[in-house]
Design a protein around this ligand. Structure first.
Ligand code: ADP
Ligand code: MG
Length: 815
């Protein structure tokens, strides 16, 4: 059976996920309620009489139907209750472990240890040994600087002291008083001990009660002044005195009266991990801030801090952890207090300065290839094309030609919605390189996409006599070796591949152009690894994810941007329909009607976190079911990420040729697959996808002349919010609008699909929330660099850049 701790962890995960980034994820969490109900059942078995458990249950009963605001309230409250449960659990565990030997105490804040530096390892701080350090590592804290940057994710107002006679039952209150008695009492139940603290403030008496923590008794003695915070309940056993169970507490030593940290003020709440309580973190932060906070240096130039009225950095750190100036709890909770914004600004400034340096380096210091403006191959290609390029394609091609014929290395981003025709643009750019005697390569994010590019590009290149090779991780060893030889000798004029292209053994004879498709899948580092394979080759980045301006500035701040903002003529907007489980038959009939017209369909299953296996099962079973029970006369194919490359190719080829009528797959077809005859995209569990991802999937159809459809198969139970979201999605085909909505809902990290994103790891700032700061920081950074290109007058900034961004951005030497 699971212990209390692991059940609490299980509950906390979705809850903290929902609350992250100012509740940006709230909507994507469906069916929290039944999940919590099961967990509560388990909790009951272990700790039947904890009232907190009942409260959790109450908070989530009917949860899925609550308004977003109510949901937030309930979640905030649930976090506090969980914390109480957990704190109690942690201290029980700690006291058990420490049994008779030395008890580990939180670091005292009274004696500063002034020798701390930002890079001091956390285990050398007072009161933290190697064991605690190990635990702190789990939450990303290894050094003093990490600790200072570990911001509270939430704050609670415990500064509003109430007279005991005026308390409201059922609300969260803070009281101060003198200890009257501190006793451990036993209940009728065996071995259950309750520590009870009786306090008075002259207006009345109140009981603080700790369940099964008799060791607490040692900390309190009559006559002490204490502050307690928690939910007030009436106590049926003690003549109706108000009571707080597991209160947050602070013991006031006379000389520490101004050192309140756990209550009696606006209190920071930190995310914790096993063995580290919030209380412990608070004490640790206080101690670290006191001993080395003032040593944190201001990196920003005085002109800038002055101009924007920014507070000094040491003060900002102090105010973030222990706010004294900001009274507006919601500003603090959203990370938008003056202190938060001070640190966000610095972080964004450093980032923009890095990008500015990089751009300048590329622009002025490096000399790339100036291709001759030849166009024999391009003209030949155009003759063979079945269509006329759109005006937008022509414009972007012109921009690329201008860059490529210039001696400065090109660094251009092409944004174009799915289906806007980016491939042919990349092809024309590649032909210019080839005609000049250079090689071009195109790097795609998935094998399937690379293979498809290969097929399309070979079809265009062969009539022109241009040699194309493909290089992916799962190709046969012999093929790979042959490809490597051709790449090295220059016989391969255009090379298509996955990230296998950036492996060390890949050596180009004369790489002149690197095209990176669907860039949001790659990090910035990979971009520079690839470009290092040529002598300053031109770089073309292509993305189908329209990126709002602020984000583009951050992720692609050093690139020039072209936009293909026009779809090929004759495309019909895709019609999107939301079906429900009860109408699944109808959906099948609809598919059948399209198949009768000789069209084809995709059926896609989502990838659920951590359980790829069960998705696979769902997709596999679905394919079998469709084949056997629904479409016995049609050929149905199955495609998933675990298949060998050869198998995938065979399945794709059969679908491409029209032999396979329905392709059931996991999300491997998300990007770039191009089968013009497919007119139906069925998406199972659409509520589990982000909007941008849905848009990519939908973009797999509507690529030919036929009217195409996207069928969203909603589950039986459906949260109102998910329905709204999907309805909004059904109404528009505009990728830009969808991306903005998605970004708003999920935040940049999720939007880009996590770690690989190449998004800088920002600790204080959030580029969506702090978009205004980003713009200012950018202006200032680029301005400063123009005025002092070597940063000669700003040694501290050079240091900052070296420390933070040099490796990550592949910066050229700073200064
Ligand atoms: P994406 O921008 O999503 O990568 P593709 O380059 O795969 O789009 O193009 C989608 C489809 O549109 C392909 O079948 C391609 O041949 C076709 N296409 C590209 N440009 C045009 C055009 N100007 N007119 C008509 N069809 C085009
Ligand atoms: Mg594409």
């Amino acid at each position: 059976m699971d212990d209390l701790k692991s059940i609490l962890d299980r509950i906390r995960k979705p809850i903290s996920f929902a609350s992250r980034d100012d509740f940006a994820h709230l909507r994507s969490l469906a069916s929290l309620e039944p999940f919590i109900r099961v967990q509560v059942g388990e909790l009951r078995r272990i700790a039947p009489d904890r009232r907190e458990i009942a409260e959790i249950e109450n908070l989530f009963s009917g949860f899925d139907g609550l308004s977003p605001d109510r949901k937030k309230e309930h979640i905030m409250r649930a976090v506090a209750v969980l914390e109480t449960l957990e704190h109690q659990q942690a201290s029980t565990a700690a006291s058990n472990a420490a049994a008779s030997s030395r008890r580990s105490t939180p670091p005292a804040s009274s004696e500063p240890a002034p020798s701390l530096r930002l890079d001091t390892l956390i285990q050398y701080c007072k009161g933290i040994g190697p064991k605690r350090a190990e635990m702190l590592k789990k939450i990303g804290i290894s050094t003093v600087e990490d600790a200072l940057s570990y911001f509270p994710w939430r704050y609670e107002d415990r500064g509003n002291l109430k007279k005991i006679s005026r308390l409201t039952y059922g609300s969260y209150e803070t009281v101060s008083g003198e200890v009257v008695s501190a006793e451990v009492v036993s209940t009728k139940r065996q071995r259950v001990k309750i520590f009870e603290l009786l306090i008075t403030d002259g207006s009345g008496m109140l009981i603080g009660s700790w369940f099964n923590q008799p060791f607490m008794q040692k900390m309190f003695k009559p006559g002490q002044d204490v502050i307690l915070s928690g939910i007030i309940k009436s106590n049926p056993y003690k003549s109706g005195l108000p009571q707080i169970d597991n209160p947050d507490y602070e013991i006031m030593d006379e000389n520490e009266a101004d050192n309140l940290i756990h209550t009696g003020r606006t209190v920071p709440i930190y995310r914790t991990t096993a063995g580290i309580s919030v209380r412990y973190l608070r004490s640790m932060m206080k101690s670290i801030l006191d001993s080395c906070g003032p040593a944190v240096r201001d990196m920003l130039p005085k002109e800038i801090t002055g101009k924007y009225g920014l507070m000094p950095v040491p003060e900002a750190f102090y105010e973030i952890h222990f706010p004294s100036q900001e009274k507006d709890l919601s500003l603090l909770n959203r990370g938008m207090s003056a202190a938060h914004r001070r640190l966000s600004f610095e972080e964004l400034f450093a980032l923009e300065l890095g990008l500015a340096l990089r751009k300048r380096g590329i622009a002025t210091e490096k000399k790339g290839i100036g291709f001759k403006p030849l166009n024999g191959l391009e003209t030949a290609l155009r003759k063979n094309l079945a269509f006329k390029l759109t005006n937008a394609q022509e414009r972007v091609i012109k921009e690329i030609r201008r860059d490529m014929t210039d001696e400065r290395p090109m660094n251009r981003l092409v944004q174009g919605d799915v289906g806007s025709g980016k491939t042919v643009v990349a092809m024309i750019a590649s032909l210019l390189a080839v005609e000049n005697g250079y090689q071009a390569c195109i790097m795609a994010p998935t094998e399937i996409l690379a293979e498809q590019h290969y097929k399309n590009i070979v079809a265009m290149a062969r009539p022109l006599g241009v040699a194309v090779r493909s290089l992916t991780g799962s190709r046969k060893k012999k093929d790979k070796e042959a490809a490597l030889v051709d790449i090295g000798s220059g016989a391969a004029q255009i090379v298509i591949g996955t990230h296998a292209l950036i492996e060390a053994q890949v050596k180009f004879k004369r790489l002149g152009l690197a095209v990176i498709d669907e860039q949001h899948r790659f990090g910035v580092m990979q971009r520079s690894t690839l470009t290092a394979k040529g002598y300053e080759p031109d770089v073309l980045v292509m993305t189908a994810t329209p990126i709002p301006r602020t984000l583009a500035l951050t992720v692609y701040g050093d690139l020039d941007v072209s936009v293909i903002d026009e779809m090929p003529a004759g495309r019909k907007p895709i019609i999107t329909r939301l079906f429900f489980e009860s109408r699944r038959r109808e959906a099948y009939q609809f598919i059948e009607s399209e198949l009768k017209k000789d069209r084809q369909a995709y059926v896609v299953y989502p990838l659920v976190e951590e359980t790829e296996k069960s998705d696979l099962k769902a997709a596999t079973e679905m394919a079998a079911h469709l084949q056997k029970d629904i479409f016995p006369d049609r050929k149905i194919g199955l495609l998933h990420g675990r298949m060998k490359a050869g198998e995938k190719e065979a399945v794709m080829a059969s679908f491409q040729s029209g032999e396979t009528k329905i392709l059931v797959s996991t999300t491997v077809i998300e990007v770039g697959v191009d089968v013009a005859n497919a007119t139906v995209m069925v998406i199972e569990h659409p509520e589990r996808f982000g909007l941008a991802q849905l848009h990519q999937l939908r973009g797999r159809v509507g690529r030919g002349v036929h009217q195409s459809f996207c069928v969203l198969m909603g589950p039986r139970m459906f949260a109102e919010e998910a329905r709204e979201r999907l309805n909004a999605f059904s109404r528009t085909n505009d990728g830009f609008k969808i991306a903005e909505e998605d970004l708003r809902l999920r935040g940049p990290g999720e939007f880009f699909g996590t770690r690989q994103s190449g998004l800088p790891d920002l600790r204080a700032a959030n580029i969506i929330r702090d978009a205004d700061l980003l713009e200012k920081a950018r202006e200032e950074a680029f301005g400063l660099l123009q005025q002092d290109p070597q940063l000669a007058g700003y040694p501290q900034l050079r240091e900052l850049l070296r420390a933070k961004w040099q490796g990550r951005l592949g910066l050229i030497s700073v200064g």
